[in-house]
Design a protein around this ligand. Structure first.
Ligand code: PDD
Length: 276
């Protein structure tokens, strides 16, 4: 069942007008909230980020925080299953096509549930491949906008070259993946870029920083020059749906020993405990 504008509908009846500004302009924002053991992980943080994304693009928040939580609860009850993710999307609604905002805004609210497959045995033992490519996105990557063409092209470029994810580089700095945040381990220190307009502040990223700090692992939030990727001991990519992926091949060359590293094993275990 899909939630659309206050109703729960089967997928084939959940329809949106072709004049929806999400369809015409990509004028909207979204969230992806992982649900493990029936419990949304870090729901408060995801709802905070949704409120922030909406405010940044000037769509009035259509629901109170409490009503968002109720909607998500009800959606999960109507879509039972194992590990899942809730996808929430809000667009600026339906209006005759004009770039400027319509006068009266009635946002379109859609939410659905998708299964999540946690990283399989092969990923956990061998890691994944990534490629480094230029970042062609706009300059407000901190907003979780549905306008994802550059991310789509980047991910496809990775897949076309046999890799799992693309690591994006802008002005000589590696910022994040096409749909994930970037970590590396250098000289025994966990490094991730600081949150600014060049990347999405991931909820998984923040959780990892918190877990590492709480467990005495050294973490630094600092910029990552592209040329420090090749010498990194470990590289990881994090997201709500893919957890913490160890990258063991970068542009066809081994990262560190070419297998998931010891620091990854530690944070992976901390994350598994946290979500359990
Ligand atoms: N994407 N950076 C980008 C560009 C992303 O799209 C995502 C997540 C992340 C990781 O954020 P989080 O840890 O909050 O999931 C970083 C989601 C999963 C998606 O688009 O499906």
């Amino acid at each position: 069942m899909i939630h659309l504008n206050g109703e729960f509908l089967p997928e084939d009846r959940a329809k949106v007008s072709v004049l929806d500004r999400g369809f015409l302009f990509g004028d909207g924002v979204y969230e992806v909230i992982p649900v493990f053991g029936g419990r949304p992980l870090r729901l408060g943080e995801h709802l905070d980020r949704l409120a922030r994304s909406l405010a940044e693009i000037r769509i009035p928040d259509p629901l109170s925080r409490e009503d968002w939580a109720i909607l998500i609860d009800e959606l999960l009850a109507r879509n039972p299953g194992g590990d899942r993710s809730v996808y929430v999307q809000v667009t600026r609604g339906v209006a005759p096509r004009d770039h400027a905002f319509p006068e009266a805004i009635e946002p379109t609210v859609m939410a659905m549930v998708n299964p999540i497959r946690p990283p399989g045995e092969q990923v956990l033992t061998q890691g994944v491949a990534a490629v480094v490519i230029p970042d062609h996105r706009w300059s407000r990557c901190d907003i979780k906008a549905i306008t994802l063409l550059a991310n789509v092209l980047a991910r496809q470029e990775a897949v076309d070259s046999g890799a799992t994810e693309a690591i994006l580089v802008r002005n000589g700095l590696a910022t994040e993946g096409a749909a994930s945040n970037l970590f590396l381990v250098a000289d025994g220190v966990i490094v991730t870029p600081p949150k600014d307009h060049s990347l999405l502040g991931g909820i998984t990223r923040d959780l990892l920083v918190e877990l590492a700090e709480a467990n005495g692992l050294p973490v630094m939030e600092t910029r990552i020059p592209e040329d420090s990727l090749q010498g990194a001991q470990e590289i990881w990519l994090t997201s709500s749906t893919r957890e913490i992926l160890p990258v063991t091949r970068l542009d066809g060359r081994a990262v560190g020993e070419g297998v998931p590293g010891p620091v990854w094993r530690r944070v992976h275990a901390l994350y598994q405990d946290y979500k359990a």
